[in-house]
Design a protein around this ligand. Structure first.
Ligand code: SAM
Length: 213
């Protein structure tokens, strides 16, 4: 185990337990191979939600609803969450998870491709969690910026692509090359767009936290 991994294990051992119902959902998602937000990113989200106290959250990429439910737990009780998912097989599971948790009145699942849905949405959101297909983040950014309130927070997950982002474009497989180029362009834009102040963190699979100025 290298030092970074040892830090991960140590910091992970300090994390507070999730409420039982969320921990159960996290375990089931892991057992079913559903990709959900990692522990370190959970911790970051939780801290940012407590700090920002958003009234409206937008999420791109619901999967089975773990992160939407997680955010509903740490955002103020009156917070409304809109979450977008296009994979038909996951949508009924997410809806059922929202219902079972008694949060279906606070979380609205919009079915379809975020590329088509985002232009139809009106703002403003105080907090946006970008967690869909990595190659599309750069395309979603203009709408995300339009929808985000001034002072609002954008959290973009999995931005370091398991380390692939460091590799030359020739070292990644042809299939991943487009995603690699688009993620590099996305990170450049997050750091250079005059509307945003961004920090890129290596925790988890890389998370970028941006504030709209
Ligand atoms: N946020 C979830 C959580 O932590 O519990 C995990 C989301 S998972 C990493 C990414 C999800 O985004 C997948 O379920 C995928 O089907 C969905 N997705 C990918 N591209 C999308 C798009 N263009 N529009 C809507 N959903 C999309």
């Amino acid at each position: 185990m290298d030092q970074d991994e040892r830090f991960d294990v140590y910091i992970g051992s300090l994390e507070a337990e999730l409420p039982d119902w969320l921990a159960g959902l996290e375990r089931r998602a892991a057992a079913d191979g559903i990709p959900i937000v990692r522990k370190q990113t959970q911790s970051l989200l939780r801290m940012l939600l407590v700090l920002k106290k958003p009234e409206r959250i937008l999420e791109i990429g619901t999967a089975v609803g773990f992160s939407a439910l997680f955010m509903s737990e740490y955002a103020p009780a009156g917070c409304r969450i809109t979450t977008i998912e296009k994979y038909e097989k996951r949508i009924p599971a997410a809806r059922e998870n929202f219902r079972q948790a008694g949060r279906d009145d606070r979380i609205v699942l919009v079915e379809g491709d975020a590329g088509e849905i985002l232009p139809e949405l009106t703002g403003g959101y105080d907090f946006i969690f970008m967690d869909g297909a990595k190659g599309q983040y750069i395309h979603f950014l203009p709408d995300v910026l339009r929808l985000l309130n001034a002072g609002g927070i954008l959290v973009s997950d999995n931005v370091l692509q398991g380390g692939d982002i460091l590799e030359s474009r020739f070292a990644v497989t042809r299939r991943d090359r487009t995603i690699h180029a688009r993620m590099r362009a996305y990170l450049y834009e997050l750091k250079h767009n005059r509307e945003l102040e961004t920090v890129i963190l290596t925790a988890g699979d890389g998370t970028a936290v941006s504030v709209k100025i």
